[in-house]
Structure formats: C-alpha cells, structure tokens
Design a protein around this ligand. Structure first.
Ligand code: ARG
Length: 397
C-alpha cells in the first residue's frame, strides 16, 4: 500500500492535496498530520473534521509547549528578528515538519506532501527539514508542481466534495501560532493601502485601549522569561498571557515590507504582542549585563541566527554553533525588566540584575570613586591615527 504523509492545516491548499494525492499521485493511503503550535482551537477541530470527511488517517500532534520552549525561547535568546519581523511563521515550520517526520516513522511512510506554493518561504523550510531528518524522503508539492491557482483549487475542491470553509470573498491569508499572527493578501498587497481594522484579532486599536498604562514586570533566567508580575508560568502560558496583556494595550502591530527568500518583496502585517514585549525586555536586560564588545559581536551572531531561522535552516550546524556562543552569553541574562504598555506604546522603564555591569558608584556625576584625572592620558591619544592624518594634511596644503 502506497502511503503519503500530508502536512495538513485544514485550509484550501492542503485540503485539495488529499484527492490530488489519490488521483494524480497514486497514493491509496493518505495520512494527514496537524501540529498544534498554538493556532486557534477551531482550526485544529476543522482540520480533524475535514480529514474525517475525506477519509484520511489523521493525527493531531500537540506541540505548543515544545514550540514555546525550544523555538520561541531560542528566538528570544537570539533577539530573533528579520527586517523587523519576529519570525513567528518561520520558526514554526521546522517543528511542524519535524513532527510530520515523527508520524511518518511511526506509520512507516517515506513519502510526504505539503500545500506550499512556489512563491513563498515555507516550501524551503518544510522540505529542508524533512530532508535533513529523513534523507531518503520523497516530497510532493502539488500546488507548486502543477502550478495551481486558487480558482482552480476552488473548482476542484467543489467537484471532489472537499469541504470549503473559505469563501472566495475571504480575502486575507492568515497564519497563526503562539508567537504571532500574520495576515497577507487582498488589498494588503498594495504597499500604500493602510491596513483596515478588521485584519486584527489579537491587538486592540490603540485608540480604544485602556486609558491607564499597564505596568508589567518580566523576570528572566538565563535569557528566557520565567515570571510575569511575580507569577511563574510555563513557556506557553507565559507567551499566551503576554499576547493577551500586550494585545489589550494595542502593542505588537507590525506593518512592513519583507524580502522573501526568492527575492520577492512582500507587504506583511503581523500581530506579535508577546514576541514584541519579550524581545524588547530581553534586549534591555542584555544591555545591562553584557559588555559592549559582547553586545556588538552578539548583534552579528543574532543577525546570522535570524537569517538561518528565516530560511528555515533550523537544523543547520551553523545554527548550533551560533547557539553555543549565545548560550554562553545568556548565563548572565538573569534579572527583571519593568515595562509600561500604553495605547500601542511599549516602554522599558526599569531593569535590574545580579549581573549588572552598571555601577552607580562609578557613573554618577557626584562621585569621587572615579578619579577623573586618570582619563587625561587616554583622552589625549584617543583617535591618534586620525589626529596624525589631520596634522599631515595641514602640512601638505
Ligand atoms: N512572510 C512570513 C514568513 O515567510 C509569513 C507568511 C505567513 N503566511 C500567511 N499566509 N500570512 O515567515
């Protein structure tokens, strides 16, 4: 019996893959796998129902805590940011693909299918992960391979009795997980079109946000957040809580142009209230405890990390190498950050750490602990080569 594991979201693209696998690719047994990375419960239920209706062997794999702990928090430690995008969709793809590989091993399959189009980043992320974890895998990408269009898919779905939840006028293409929500499509494709209020689900319009600022204390241990306002929470709980609190205050909306892997520039809208809040606090704490040389070098390492994460090269050896450096720096990123959230603004208003390199004693204007006279020689030869250049220039002229 020919078996294929379909990475399944329940959306139109992946749903049409089910009859396509049977009719066009010759698989008599389709196994669908939906991974719970914190997308809405309804989406997961809908995927289960559709899978049942279409007669697949279906698995829902819970992975929210693992996603939060191993993926979102890895991004926190690396200040994960690509062109201003907190990488929410990007970092979920390797986990989704890895779980699909686990299921494949369980059911004895080596063939996979996914519903990615040929234009986006997800085809790279998913296929690389599968090949890295199962070198002999066969991977089918019907939408890309057959150059299918949305309207063809609608027609085909209708003719094959595939339940369609999206109507043609459901214009936004949405991807959600614990780390963020991304919205594309429709008129948002016009870079000069202001996003309408209806695209937002997680964040309140700053105009309607509470009139009193929300003060928040976020505590970190070794680079990851562990307590909110003194309350210890699991990684997934903590992220969910901050999505709520920051979202209520209108924090976390991002409207940007993004350079996709294939070179396409796309307009993206994100809601990432927890990610934006945690990343801001994490940077504030690093600024307190790391030396300036570490900060400067870590910015380079972080940028490389973000590039790998964006490309879905989660299982690349360079990522492990970078993370070894990152882990070494994060041993001291322990402490508290106080934040103020108010009508879409997020402000760091305090930070403290047992590892703080800051000394009030030394930095204060009103101290004798730092003998100013010691600086004289250092100031005098500061920029020595440039001083010499200017001396030479005035002599030549
Ligand atoms: N551009 C982002 C990325 O490549 C997110 C894409 C999300 N997809 C969507 N249908 N909104 O990571």
């Amino acid at each position: 019996m020919k078996k294929v594991v379909l990475v399944y979201s329940g959306g139109l693209d992946t749903s049409v893959c089910i009859p396509l696998m049977r009719e066009e690719y010759g698989y008599d047994h389709v196994v669908t796998v939906t991974i719970d990375v914190g997308q809405p419960e309804e989406d997961i239920c809908e995927a289960e129902q559709k899978a049942r209706a279409l007669g697949t062997e279906h698995y829902t794999v819970p992975a929210k805590e693992e996603f939060a702990r191993e993926y979102c928090f890895a991004a926190v430690r690396a200040n994960g940011d690509y062109e201003g995008y907190p990488l929410s969709t990007a970092i979920a793809r390797p986990l989704i693909a890895a779980k699909a590989v686990e299921v494949a091993k369980q059911v004895g399959a080596t063939a996979f299918a996914h519903g990615c189009t040929g234009k986006g980043n997800d085809q790279f992320r998913i296929e690389f992960t599968i090949r890295a974890l199962m070198p002999d895998a066969t991977i089918h990408a019907p939408i890309r391979e057959r150059n299918l269009t949305r309207s063809w898919e609608f027609e085909y779905a209708r003719s094959r009795g595939v339940p369609i939840s999206q109507s043609v006028d459901k214009i936004w293409s949405i991807d959600e997980n614990l780390w963020g929500r991304s919205v594309e499509g429709g008129r948002l494709e016009e870079p000069d079109y202001a996003p309408p209020e209806e695209i937002y689900r997680w964040t309140r319009n700053p105009l309607d946000a509470p009139d009193v600022p929300r003060e928040l204390k976020l505590e970190f241990e070794e680079g990851v957040p562990v307590r909110v306002d003194g309350e210890p929470l699991s990684p997934a709980e903590l992220i969910a809580k901050l999505n709520r609190v920051a979202g209520e205050n209108g924090v976390g909306r991002i409207d940007m142009m993004e350079d996709r892997m294939l070179g396409l520039k796309v307009r993206e809208n994100y809601e990432c209230p927890a990610a934006v809040t945690i990343l801001t606090a994490h940077r504030a704490l690093e600024a307190l405890v790391l030396t300036r040389e570490e900060l400067r070098f870590k910015a380079i390492v972080d940028a490389e990390w973000a590039q790998l994460a964006y490309h879905g090269l989660w299982f690349h050896p360079l990522k492990e190498d970078l993370e070894a450096f990152i882990a070494q720096t994060q041993r001291r990123v322990t402490g508290a950050v106080w934040l103020r959230l108010y009508k879409g603004c997020l402000q760091v208003v305090g930070r403290s750490s047992p590892w703080a390199l800051y000394s009030e004693e030394l930095a204060s204007f009103d101290t004798t602990a730092f003998d100013q006279r010691e600086s004289t020689g250092m100031v005098k030869i500061f920029g020595l080569q440039a001083q010499m250049y200017h001396a030479l220039r005035s002599r030549m002229e």
